[in-house]
Design a protein around this ligand. Structure first.
Ligand SMILES: [Zn+2]
Length: 263
């Protein structure tokens, strides 16, 4: 196993409607609240390689989020830039940024990382630049008057099996969005999978025996079939459930209070 470590960084919280995390056919099974208050937006700092690597860059400042996306909380000092500053890093110190997908809450502040190689999947870049109208907001498409974070940047392309640095590889996990990827990080205790939004909530991993479901899909996706296959793939790939690191995992908040670095 590798010698890399991972620091989950919570960049703010949002309150998505229950339909984002749970397919409507599963409301009766899980009985979720109307809004999922206090949902974190994690990105992940990987240390121990030649240069620090980020998986996603997190959510925007509150002013921008309110203006274009509704309710958001970002306590003082928790934007990705402030997190890095507290850890002794300037944006220019970051060598690599790997984007699970290009939704606005995963790639904000991207333009600050001027020295980094920035990676995304070609299908994600193609769709982000030409989304269906229902996805204009998620990608902050210029057509609705918002300047997205990836426009004008040179994104490097990654597909299934690509190695970013020794110990960090990419697997394809589409469905939440067309070119969604998962970033696999080799740490001393095992391989962590930074799954982005391929798993929206830990309940998505559960079986529903009465319905013969082997997973419980979320309700928002670009493809339900791909979402389902990616959930199966991630479930089968992880050493144990705690090695799956979800961008919006509430449980991770208390977990990192006890141990802020995973290795
Ligand atoms: Zn997303």
């Amino acid at each position: 196993m590798g010698n890399l470590s991972i620091r989950p960084l919570n960049t703010g919280t949002v309150a998505p409607a229950k339909g984002v995390f749970y397919h409507e056919l599963l409301y009766k099974v899980y009985n979720p609240p109307e809004r999922m208050d206090g949902t974190p937006v994690f990105c992940f700092l990987v240390e121990g390689g030649d240069k620090p690597l980020l998986v996603d860059t997190g959510i925007s400042d509150v002013e921008h989020a309110y203006k274009y996306h509704g309710s958001t909380r970002q306590p003082e000092g928790t934007s990705i830039l402030e997190h890095l500053k507290k850890l002794g890093y300037a944006p220019d110190d970051i060598g690599y940024v790997v984007l699970t997908h290009l939704h606005w809450d995963h790639c904000f502040y991207l333009k600050h990382f001027t020295k980094a190689h920035i990676f995304a999947h070609p299908k994600e870049i193609a769709f982000a630049n030409d989304p269906i109208p229902m996805s204009y907001m998620a990608y902050e498409h210029p057509i609705i008057g918002v300047q997205n974070q990836f426009g004008g940047l040179r994104l490097e392309l990654v597909e299934e099996g690509a190695e970013i640095i020794p110990g960090v590889t990419v697997i394809e996990t589409p469905g939440h969005s067309p070119g969604h990827i998962t970033v696999c990080v080799s740490a001393p205790s095992g391989e962590y999978l930074c799954v982005g939004d391929a798993i929206m909530h830990r309940d998505n991993l559960k079986e529903v025996k009465d319905l013969y479901y082997n997973v419980s899909p979320p309700g928002r996706f670009s493809s339900l079939i791909e979402t389902w296959k990616s959930l199966e793939k991630l479930k089968a790939s992880a050493k144990a459930p705690e090695y799956l690191l979800l961008a919006h995992d509430k449980e991770l908040i208390s977990r990192i209070e006890a141990s802020p670095v995973l290795s």
